[in-house]
Design a protein around this ligand. Sequence first.
Ligand SMILES: [Zn+2]
Length: 128
Amino acid sequence: MSVYRINCIVCKIEKMHELSIATSILKTAEREVENSGGHAVKEITLSVGKLAGVEIDSLKFIWGACMKHTVLEKAEIVLLEPKGKAVCMECGTVFALEKLYDSCPKCGSYFKEIMSGKELKINKLIIM
Ligand SMILES: [Zn+2]
């Protein structure tokens, strides 16, 4: 019972996280549409890194529910999901990062600099 409850709380928090992301995307889109003198977004390109901690399915679900009657209602979404990549601080090896706490496959060091995969941004907006 308690495990079930914990899962529910986690799920709720994650959905709230995705909701705040969707809200801030919408705010940016509204501002851009207003600044350009257009009336809606035709296409939006989003970059959501594999390590950004965003649940794509939740974001899509929230998107469908929240973007009605907004400038993003009819927007076509192009979703880019850059993979995690890091460079080892000890031996300089560049390696694919599946999870944030992965170690260097060559020397086993945990000291690394993340090069990509944590992005969460709007790459492009086409306004009509
Ligand atoms: Zn290394």
